[in-house]
Design a protein around this ligand. Structure first.
Ligand code: MG
Length: 321
C-alpha cells in the first residue's frame, strides 16, 4: 500500500493502481441532501440537514445539491428549503445547486441567492406524465423560460434526464429518445446534463452505446454527467464505463442515501464512498476525504435510525450495523 495509516491500528485502503484511458480527476456531484433525503421515509430536521451539507463540504465535496424548490406537497421531506438555504450562506467556494421545477421554483431559489439550479426532465412520456403531469415536450416548454432566465441571471443550470436506460412502464428506452431530450436541453442552454438510470437497469455496453450516441450528436463530453443507481449492483461498472468515455462528473449520494436496502422501492443511489473507494484505487483525484465522508454518513445513518446501504461505509465504520 502507498497510503500510510495516520495512526492507531492499520485500516484497509485500496492500493493506487491507475488504469489506462481514464481521467486524472473527477468532480463528484453530491446528491445526498436532495436526491438522498427526498427518497428517505423519515424527515430530517433542518438543523441536521444544514450540518450534513457543512460536513459534506468539509469532507472536500465541491458540489453539494442542497435541496429542492418544488411544491412542499410534492416532496414534504424537502419542504424546508427556504429555512435551509440561508443556513448554508457561509459555505464559500462550494457549489450548492438546488432543484427547481418551474419559474415559481426559480423565483424562490433566486430570492435566496441560489447560484446554480437544476431542472428535471424525463426521456420517456410515461415518467414525464407520472412525475411532472406533462408530456416530454410540455415539460421542455416549461423549462425553456427557467433556463433562459437563470442564464440571464448568471446562474448555472443542470438538466436532469430521468429514465435514460429503461422505464418501469415502457421497458427499454430507445437511444434516440435519450439523444432527443439531451439535445433539446443542451439547446435550451443547460450547462450540464445528468444522465439518469432511474431504475438502475443499465449495464456497461448500454452506457457505452448511449454515450457514443450523445457524443455523435455533438454534445460535448464536458457537459455530461452520469447518475447511476445501484439497484442491480451495476452502478460502479457503469460509472467506470462512463469514465472511459471521458465523462468527469459523477453523481453520488453520501452513504447511499435514498436507497434503503430493506425496501423494495429502494432507488439505490450510488454511494459516494463506494465511488471514492474505486476512484482512489484508480489514482483519480476527487479532493474528497474518505474517512471524513464515512464518519458523516455513519452520523446521518444514526439520525435515520438504520445502517447505511454503502458497502464501503459498512466496511470502514468502527461499529458496522
Ligand atoms: Mg438518484
Amino acid at each position: 500500500m502507498t497510503d500510510e495509516p495516520t495512526g492507531g491500528s492499520p485500516r484497509p485502503l485500496p492500493m493506487r493502481v491507475p488504469a489506462d484511458g481514464l481521467p486524472d480527476q473527477v468532480r463528484i456531484h453530491e446528491v445526498g441532501p436532495r436526491d438522498g433525503l427526498q427518497n428517505e421515509s423519515s424527515v430530517v430536521p433542518v438543523e441536521v440537514k444544514a450540518e450534513f451539507v457543512h460536513r459534506l463540504a468539509a469532507a472536500g465535496l465541491t458540489t453539494v445539491e442542497a435541496t429542492s424548490f418544488v411544491h412542499p406537497r410534492w416532496v414534504p421531506q424537502l419542504a424546508d428549503a427556504e429555512e435551509l438555504f440561508p443556513l448554508l450562506g457561509d459555505l464559500t467556494g462550494v457549489r450548492l445547486p438546488v432543484l427547481v421545477p418551474n419559474e415559481r421554483g426559480l423565483d424562490r431559489a433566486l430570492a435566496l441567492g441560489a447560484r446554480e439550479v437544476a431542472v428535471f426532465a424525463s426521456v420517456t412520456e410515461s415518467f414525464s406524465r407520472a412525475n411532472l403531469n406533462r408530456s416530454v415536450d410540455e415539460a421542455l416548454a416549461m423549462f425553456a423560460p427557467v433556463v433562459a432566465r437563470a442564464a440571464g441571471a448568471g446562474v448555472r443550470v443542470r438538466g436532469y434526464l430521468s429514465m435514460c436506460f429503461g422505464d418501469p412502464w415502457e421497458g427499454p428506452v430507445p437511444v434516440a429518445q435519450t439523444v432527443h431530450v439531451a439535445r433539446r436541453l443542451h439547446e435550451l442552454g443547460c450547462d450540464e446534463l445528468s444522465l439518469g438510470d432511474t431504475i438502475g437497469v443499465a449495464t456497461p455496453g448500454h452506457v457505452s452505446t448511449v454515450l457514443r450516441a450523445l457524443l455523435a450528436a455533438d454534445i460535448p463530453v464536458q457537459h455530461l454527467a452520469v447518475h447511476f443507481h445501484d439497484t442491480y449492483g451495476q452502478a460502479l461498472a457503469n460509472t467506470l464505463t462512463a469514465l472511459g468515455h471521458g465523462v468527469t462528473t459523477v453523481d453520488a449520494s453520501a452513504g447511499g442515501l435514498g436507497g434503503c436496502p430493506f425496501a423494495r422501492s429502494a432507488t439505490g443511489n450510488l454511494a459516494t464512498e463506494d465511488l471514492l473507494w474505486m476512484l482512489r484505487g484508480l489514482g483519480i483525484e476527487t479532493g474528497v476525504d474518505l474517512d471524513q465522508l464515512v464518519a458523516t454518513s455513519a452520523w446521518m445513518a444514526d439520525h435515520l435510525g438504520r445502517p447505511s446501504p454503502s458497502r464501503t461505509v459498512r466496511a470502514l465504520s468502527p461499529h458496522p450495523g
